[in-house]
Ligand binder design. Structure first.
Ligand SMILES: [Zn+2]
Length: 146
């Protein structure tokens, strides 16, 4: 567990109907741009899987984005609050590919991230169209520099 202050974090999202959507839970990001973890106890919890997943390092979110091979993905910079724990749900995910007119699923391994109580989006990087006004700047995906 790390300290309680606010700190920087990176996430990737699916874009659906111009909104940011958590790619694995399907949760839509609320208009205030803050994703908050809810569970039966305070979140996150070392004995549970709950918490908002994020990466501390930009290199990890870029690697995850490349591995997922999804041109419609959005990456966000944000502010993480609350205690954080390692995300032991990572790193294996099953994803759908439908690039050739049919859909296949494959397993991918993503970098291991962290999970926090809350994540406030402060900037969005995507080549997809965001029509929801989260009150934060939207940049082209290429504006993230390694
Ligand atoms: Zn929990």
């Amino acid at each position: 567990m790390t300290s309680d202050g606010a700190r920087e974090g990176w996430r990737f999202w699916s874009v659906r109907d111009g909104q940011l959507v958590s790619p694995f839970t399907g949760d839509v990001l609320p208009l205030d741009g803050v994703a908050v973890a809810t569970c039966i106890h305070e979140t996150p919890n070392p004995t549970c899987e709950c918490g908002i997943a994020y990466y501390q390092d930009k290199a990890d979110v870029l690697k995850a984005s490349k591995t997922l091979c999804d041109p419609g993905i959005a990456i966000t910079l944000g502010e993480v609050t609350g205690p954080t724990y390692a995300d032991w749900r990572a790193p294996r995910y099953q994803v759908q590919d439908s690039r050739h007119g049919f859909s296949v699923s494959r397993w991918v391994t993503l970098p291991t991230g962290l999970r926090a109580h809350a994540y406030q989006v402060t900037a969005i990087y995507t080549n997809n169209t965001i029509t929801t006004d989260y009150g934060v700047p939207v940049h082209p995906r290429a504006d993230i520099h390694v």
